[in-house]
Design a protein around this ligand. Structure first.
Ligand SMILES: C=C(CC[C@@H](C)[C@H]1CC[C@H]2C3=CC[C@H]4[C@H](C)[C@@H](O)CC[C@]4(C)[C@H]3CC[C@]12C)C(C)C
Ligand SMILES: C[S@@+](CC[C@H](N)C(=O)[O-])C[C@H]1O[C@@H](n2cnc3c(N)ncnc32)[C@H](O)[C@@H]1O
Length: 358
């Protein structure tokens, strides 16, 4: 074979492999290859064990709240890199908006929080459950506020700090590792707070809302996007029950709450509820469209991970974690289509002034 034939065949093979295994990466490109996807602080030989530990949790529903935080931490060690690689630096959903890219729609959903809180450059704002800080950077850049994020997962802290520095926002954004049920912050030390799809991990919503109430200055605002079942959910319908349980398993959730629980809890801890709205309701564009990949695209993902796992490029157990996530895609999309679940039940609250509290 002459050189031209060899080069042509090699390029053709490379093209086929890229088409087969090249997965659509997140819009916020990281400089990582699929084989660089790691598992946080988990040693690559322990991934399989940790995954088994994670899945066992759901067979022991009598877990104590302290154990839930550990279990959530293991979950984020397992999935943080995968999310980042294919979803981006913002670990949440947003309604799709006609004429806007996914990244633009994500930013609009995040900046709305800044507008609702009335965030400005003289304020210190708390991000409750900040992930790797996609929303934090967007809100800091948009409003000029100083943002302090808290996450239970040490690996996310490292990633968030690196991104903050890279974006030149490390002066505006701080990241702390800790439990949002017992935050290492002084009473009345923040001018505002928000949480995006994070407080759903708390075994009791009341515990995290009370803690947020404590650290807020009187008169300041708290806004949250909550994962809840809607008024269409029927606990007697086996399909509904299966969908919701599937969402819980694939997303490290102790138990999904009903939409009507949220304001009730907020009021119970002392907040005044200013506004409440399911942002997924029409005319909003659907949030689950991004999940509806073809069977072929999921098959490509499976093949790629299987090959990388066999060759030893990714840890043993990666395939199982991916399977869990692929199953959850189905449950989340069904939750959206049936209308029984929303990841964006928005609640806007105010901590009353001192005299009103009394
Ligand atoms: C708020 C939470 C997370 C919401 C979403 C950001 C994630 C929910 C399901 C995730 C994914 C499912 C399939 C994955 C795929 C198999 C893998 O190869 C690459 C990443 C996924 C696309 C991943 C991306 C993020 C989600 C959509 C919860 C945890 C409270
Ligand atoms: C789905 S992610 C959302 C992250 C971020 N809000 C975003 O939209 O990109 C949920 C976040 O909540 C954090 N979290 C869950 N339970 C926590 C706890 N008990 N204390 C602190 N953070 C927690 C996770 O570590 C993760 O960062």
């Amino acid at each position: 074979m002459d050189t031209i034939t060899i080069v042509s065949i090699t390029s053709l093979l490379a093209g086929i492999l890229y088409w087969l295994f090249g997965m659509g990466r997140a819009a916020e490109q990281t400089k990582r290859r699929a084989a660089d996807v790691s598992f946080g602080s988990i040693n690559s030989e322990k991934v399989k064990d940790k995954y088994n530990q994670y899945s066992k949790f759901f067979r022991h529903l009598d877990q104590k709240p302290e154990q839930v935080a550990d279990f959530v931490n293991v979950f984020y060690d397992l999935i943080t890199d995968m999310y980042e690689y294919l979803w981006g630096q913002s670990f949440h959903f947003s309604p799709s908006i006609k004429g806007k890219t996914r990244l633009e729609s994500t930013r609009i959903h995040e900046e709305m929080l800044a507008d609702l809180m009335g965030a400005n450059s003289s304020q210190k704002i708390l991000d409750v459950g900040c992930g790797v800080g996609g929303p934090m950077r967007a809100i800091a850049a948009y409003s000029g506020s100083h943002i302090v994020g808290i996450t239970i997962n040490e690996y996310q802290v490292t990633r968030a700090k690196a991104y903050n520095e890279k974006a030149g926002l490390d002066e505006h954004c701080e990241v702390v590792c800790g439990n949002f049920l017992k935050m290492p912050f002084e009473d009345e030390s923040f001018d505002g707070a928000y949480s995006i799809e994070a407080t759903c991990h708390a075994p009791k919503l009341e515990d995290v809302y009370r803690e947020i109430f404590r650290v807020l200055k009187p008169g300041s605002m708290y806004v949250s996007y909550e994962w809840v079942t809607t008024e269409l959910y029927n606990s007697e319908d086996p399909e509904h029950v299966e969908i919701i349980h599937g969402i819980e398993i694939g997303n490290a959730l102790p138990r999904l709450r009903r939409y009507s629980d949220i304001a009730e809890v907020a009021k119970r801890v002392g907040f005044e509820v200013v506004k409440e709205k399911d942002l997924a309701k029409p005319p909003a564009g659907v949030w689950w469209s991004r999940l509806r990949k073809t069977k072929f695209s999921n098959w490509k993902k499976r093949m790629m991970v299987m090959v990388l796992e066999k060759l030893g490029f990714v840890a043993k157990g990666t395939g199982e974690v991916q399977e869990m996530l692929l199953r959850t895609i189905h449950h989340l999309a069904r939750g959206g289509e049936t209308g029984i679940f929303t990841p964006m039940h928005m609640i806007l609250c105010r901590k009353p002034e001192k005299q009103q509290q009394a």
